[in-house]
Design a binder for this molecule. Structure first.
Ligand code: HEC
Length: 354
């Protein structure tokens, strides 16, 4: 009797255990016997697990594979190694920075701040980079350094002189400013976590303008690039929005007439012919004058000048259907007509590539 009772209990237990083991819990992964095979352990590149994230260096973790630099030629690269945008920065913080700025590092160097003066900004010093730098400056630096970099930001003024950056802070060399933005300087902390390397160089471009350096005007830059390269560059960007317009410098007409000065304009004309022969594009040639004299006559002259360029191209084997000629007279001036220099700029021929 007792044994039969025990059998019943045992049977009941087996049934309930096997039933509950079959219940599905959608939130549970169940047992994982080889988790490494289906979950990839995250490896963070360039992190030396032995030091970066901790105050107490752990030598056994130092310099493991993930902390090594990539082999030469495998990571996109711009500028010299110290001024690069993509690879780790190879200038070290000074020893004192572990106490003053909380930077614990694999290695320290007290001479790298001085040496950093040799590092050049790998970005072009142009309006685009300066504009990007300005946005970042207003976000991260303006409250201490002040709108114009005079050291009179809101924080500096209200802190009784405790955080007053010097007014000449931005007169340092580019590379040194990069170093100080990266690791900090004096009361200023490191901004390496707010700005990536490219952004630091962009800010530096802006700091240079605050320190009085002028951006070379677009005209100067354009003059350095040959007309052929400019034309090809426009073609390469045809898919982008906006006009693909270029001024044909060194295209000269005899004064008050629509006949081309073929001597002075030779190179421009030949470049244009070669361009049209090698590229499958159409162009519009636009003629402009300054505002001296009768505007109706100016209009007519500009049309004749545009026609003359078109005719030249046709004579040199370019299909007439690919060229439109338009005269705009004194419309759309690009400079003031009040000075001789401005008027000379307004008398011009432009091409629009289509
Ligand atoms: C908390 C206020 C504060 C902020 C925010 C700040 N700075 Fe500074 N900065 C200072 C002070 C103070 C100094 C002077 C440090 C010294 O020489 O002791 C300084 C110095 C500098 C220098 C000169 C470094 C050198 O090598 O002498 C540069 C360049 C600079 N800052 C750039 C920046 C940029 C760029 C930002 C924004 C990304 C920024 N700072 C944000 C306070 C600040």
């Amino acid at each position: 009797m007792k044994i039969a009772y025990f059998h019943k209990i045992a049977a009941g237990l087996i049934i309930s255990v096997s039933l509950t083991s079959c219940f599905k819990d959608e939130n549970s992964p169940g047992y994982e016997y080889m988790p490494d095979m289906y979950r990839s352990p995250a490896i963070e590149a360039y992190i030396d697990y032995g030091e970066v994230r901790t105050w107490i260096p752990n030598d056994s973790l130092k310099n493991r594979l993930t902390a090594l630099q990539p082999p030469v030629g495998t990571v996109p690269f711009q500028g010299s190694n110290s001024g690069n945008v993509y690879l780790p920065y190879d200038r070290m913080p000074t020893k004192g920075m572990d106490k003053t700025h909380g930077i614990s590092s694999v290695a320290y160097s007290d001479s790298d701040y001085v040496l950093s003066a040799l590092d050049k900004n790998p970005l072009a010093f142009n309006q685009e980079n300066v504009d990007k730098g300005e946005v970042l400056y207003n976000r991260f630096c303006d409250h201490c350094h002040g709108e114009k970099g005079a050291g009179d930001g809101k924080v500096s003024v209200s802190s009784n002189g405790l955080i007053v950056p010097p007014a000449n802070a931005f007169e340092k060399e580019d590379g040194q400013m990069f170093y100080s933005i990266t690791y900090g300087k004096g009361v200023m902390g490191s901004h390496a976590s707010q700005l990536n390397k490219r952004e630091r160089w962009e800010v530096i471009s802006y700091l240079k303008t605050l320190a009085g350096k002028e951006i070379p005007s677009v005209q100067e830059v354009v003059e350095e690039v040959s007309l052929k390269d400019q034309l090809l560059d426009q073609v390469a960007h045809l898919a982008d929005e906006g006009d693909h317009k270029l001024e044909l410098r060194d295209l000269v007409f005899k004064t008050g007439s629509a006949s081309l000065d073929k001597g002075k304009s030779k190179e421009t004309l030949e470049t244009l012919v070669e361009f049209m022969k090698t590229q499958s594009v159409s162009i519009e040639v636009d003629g402009y004058t300054d505002n001296t004299g009768d505007s109706e006559a100016n209009h007519e002259l500009s049309q004749k000048r545009a026609d003359a360029v078109k005719k030249y191209l046709e004579k040199n084997g370019i299909d007439a259907d690919r060229i439109t000629a338009k005269g705009y007279g004194e419309e759309n001036p690009v400079a003031s007509n009040d000075t001789e220099e401005g008027r000379a700029r307004n008398r011009r021929t432009e091409v629009i590539i289509k």
